[in-house]
Design a protein around this ligand. Sequence first.
Ligand code: GAR
Length: 198
Amino acid sequence: MSFKIVILGSGRGSNAKAILEAEATGQLGEASTVAILSDKKEAPILDLAKQFGKSAHSIPCNPKKARLNPEETEAFLKIIQELNPDLVVLAGFMKIIDPQFIESLDGKIINLHPSLLPCFPGINSIENAFNFPVKITGCTVHWVIPKIDAGKIIDQKAVIIEPNDTLESLSVKVHAAEHLLLPDVIRRLSTGAIPFSK
Ligand code: GAR
């Protein structure tokens, strides 16, 4: 039985790559990626889709606006509804989505965030944790609700900030933790080990 996922991302796609590699090596449970969607035509995440034989879609969006406008929302939803996924995965998707977007997916949407929420929501989370400074940060996968970075937490992975860490070395460690956490959460959702209770 297949558990279809659609990945949305805006940038380099290292987390999408971790998902696709887990899938290719049989470590994604019942999950299979059906497509990658991006708000940026030139995003490297779309090249990854092609590299792994998945369909890639770019939806032209206003780069100056943080929030998707109604037309952009409709364009994303049209493609997603045609693909009919069991789960939508926000992996570095840097646009704010409307409640309508979330509701029409019946809440089957998760987000990856580079901090231990509820600490350091929003942007520049790794830098904000480093500068605070806290001693432990990490990453979170949570259900998406209309309030940003505030949905019920599904799982987290901690990262220790060592005295000799730089922002660069910390970023590498947080991303490495993300690359383990996100595919593992998808695997467990796909097998029912994590229930769909939002
Ligand atoms: C990841 O660190 C992810 O947690 C973050 O963007 C990065 C995407 O990296 N997402 C957010 O900050 C969302 N608020 P990637 O394109 O290499 O996967």
